[in-house]
Write a protein that binds this ligand. Structure first.
Ligand code: FAD
Length: 353
């Protein structure tokens, strides 16, 4: 691990001033950044510990939306009554991620900015264009089971590993950031980027910007009843998604789909949404044919990568197609998740699911 300075500002103003210095990086829960530092993948000059800042609140907004503080822990967000009541999809996605201990430390801001889980990115003994631009991408002909089938480039086939971000993408969240230059909001759709020729740039944050909070807009009432987060992974728990799907449906009085949102995780450098797939469902009866058409539309440009078995991720393309269909069926039936976590936590809290 490299030598670094450590500062723990108590005000936003002081934190932004510290982050404006070259090589300064924010640390929140530390569950990703500290691992990267121990492996010499991240070598910040200064760690700006933001934990003392007043950015942990979760509050209702006058328009019916919700404001999630960047420093609210993933567990506190998932179990917050307003999140559970209005955005059950987000609770389900958060509880499908990591472990209870990690969720108690991990923050909302850190979750958005966690780095890829590509094996080559973490292994400083191998080339990686994301870690060391221009050095190459061994995943393309190597182990790519976890890797992208959509939106990849010749330089990078990494995926974004977050579960939370898949739900935020489906819900149309906005990420709010601040720096010494001022404040701005970034639509979730524009927050993470595709790798192109610059895969070392994960997102659209400018240097020195700190995430202060995330806002969730009000959504159609049906999205509360017809929400599903489906996560498919190598183990039943404590594993990153091979494929995940956040699905939301609003069903009109005539029994047809009046609104739909579908976001895919584990398949691209960012949560993957496609308006054509969602619009294609509107006005149709929510049946198998409609769901299969949406899945085919979402995966129409999918391309496999990686070496021969077990390296190839070709299996993810049919898996993702079937996952989309199943997630939409779950949403229609009001089955929020395929993972046990939400039910377990609900039972432990003595609440009614
Ligand atoms: C074993 C393991 C399993 C996991 N499994 C899953 C999983 O299944 N699904 C899943 O989604 N995640 C999973 N995670 C990832 C976990 O959710 C993230 O590590 C966590 O959300 C990061 O939050 P943090 O507060 O600890 O971030 P940190 O580690 O503190 O920071 C991460 C990055 O965010 C930046 N940062 C943090 N806060 C801010 C801010 N407010 N503004 C600007 N930059 C900021 C840091 O500079 C750093 O670059 C797993 C992690 C581990 C260790």
């Amino acid at each position: 691990m490299n030598h670094f300075n450590y500062v723990a500002p108590r005000t936003l103003r002081d934190a932004l001033a510290a982050l404006a210095q070259p090589g300064a990086v924010a640390v929140a829960g530390g569950t990703n950044l500290l691992d990267l530092m121990k492996e010499n993948v991240a070598t910040p000059a200064t760690l700006v510990d933001v934990n003392a800042l007043p950015l942990a609140a979760i509050e209702a907004m006058p328009d019916g939306g919700l404001r999630l503080g960047a420093l609210a822990r993933n567990a506190d967000t998932a179990h917050h009554p307003l999140v559970r009541a209005r955005y059950p999809l987000l609770s389900a996605a958060l509880l499908a991620g990591a472990s209870p201990q990690i969720r108690n430390m991990a923050t909302n801001g850190g979750n958005l900015l966690q780095r890829t889980r590509c094996y080559y990115f973490y292994d400083t003994g191998t080339p990686c264009n994301k870690r060391s631009p221009g050095s190459g991408c061994p995943a393309r002909n190597g182990l790519a089971r976890m890797h992208a089938v959509l939106g990849a480039s010749v330089d990078c086939v990494a995926t974004h590993p977050s579960d939370m971000c898949v739900a935020l993408a489906a819900l149309g969240a906005v990420v709010h950031v601040a720096s010494v230059a001022g404040e701005r909001g970034i639509a979730m759709a524009d927050f993470h980027r595709l790798p192109g020729a610059t895969p070392h740039v994960d997102n659209s944050l400018a240097a020195g910007e700190l995430i202060t909070h995330i806002t969730l807009p009000p959504v159609p009432e049906g999205f509360g009843r017809h929400a599903a987060y489906l996560k498919l992974r190598e183990r039943a728990s404590y594993a990153f998604a091979l494929v995940s799907v956040a699905a939301l449906l609003d069903i009109g009085k005539d029994g047809t789909v009046s609104a739909a949102r579908i976001a895919l995780g584990g398949v691209a450098h960012k949560p993957w949404r496609d308006e054509a797939a969602e619009q294609g469902l509107v006005g149709r009866r929510p049946d198998a044919a409609a769901f299969e058409a949406a899945a085919a539309c979402l995966l129409r440009d999918a391309v496999a990568t990686g070496g021969p078995t077990p390296g190839s991720n070709a299996f993810k393309i049919p898996m993702a197609r079937r996952a989309v269909v199943r997630a939409l069926q779950m949403a229609l039936q009001g089955q929020l998740t395929n993972t046990g976590e939400l039910a377990l936590h609900t039972a432990a809290a003595g609440a009614t699911p």
